[in-house]
Design a protein around this ligand. Sequence first.
Ligand SMILES: C[S@@+](CC[C@H](N)C(=O)[O-])C[C@H]1O[C@@H](n2cnc3c(N)ncnc32)[C@H](O)[C@@H]1O
Length: 248
Amino acid sequence: MRPQTPDWWLDELAHAGGEHLDAGYVAGYDRKAGTDPTADLELLRDHGLDETSTLIDLGAGTGGLALAAARACRRVVAVDVSPAMLSALRARAEEMRLANVECVRAGFLTYAHRGDPADFVYSRNALHHLPDFWKGIALRRVASMLRPNGVLRLRDLVHAFDPAEAEAVIEAWLAGAAARPEEGWTRPELATHVRDEHSTYDWLLRPMLRRAGFEIHEASRSESRTFAAFTCIRRSEPAASQGALFRT
Ligand SMILES: C[S@@+](CC[C@H](N)C(=O)[O-])C[C@H]1O[C@@H](n2cnc3c(N)ncnc32)[C@H](O)[C@@H]1O
């Protein structure tokens, strides 16, 4: 973890979602999430991921993408704040005899990358644990981990609508929730997400990405308009380092 943080620095573990720290929840996570990393891996390959590449997965969870990517690239760093998630990921990496996966207990705001800059950063359904102020700092840190022209594939729960549509969109989303927690996210779980976590609007996330030095190469949103995916290229130094933000 970050060796010395000021007293105003966010405690990422306290914002990680209590369920992610619970070994019982983690044991059933893959079934509940039902995620298939194939399409994202294909997309990363289209952007040049190969046996020479380094990929960092931030908020890697049980490692669906990280472990699939490890078969295709040189070095994978799987980063997560949750000891329970990392221990599940480590066990799967051992089972699969993958020697090129490093598990690091850290977060968006604390992971210190060592070695050559990464070619790819991947993050799925994790950034929304940070309030927007911290997302800005996190994205800037992500840009600094990547080589120039490196690729960020960011997927998250994002509000891809106008505030005036919030009630209709959120109610429609919750109406389609799973009936049982083993099968997916139930209405109370989704309601907790909306109420207590920090999904932002897509029209706020886009300028945050650009300000961090990314060009948004491609973006998509789910039919429910509650998930979005961005493929971004690290182009320039973050805007905040290019001069003062405010004239005084
Ligand atoms: C919904 S899970 C997603 C896991 C995985 N990426 C996936 O798509 O299945 C969110 C993950 O983000 C992790 N997380 C929460 N806050 C984080 C932070 N600030 N930095 C890194 N990981 C974080 C949680 O521990 C959890 O493993």
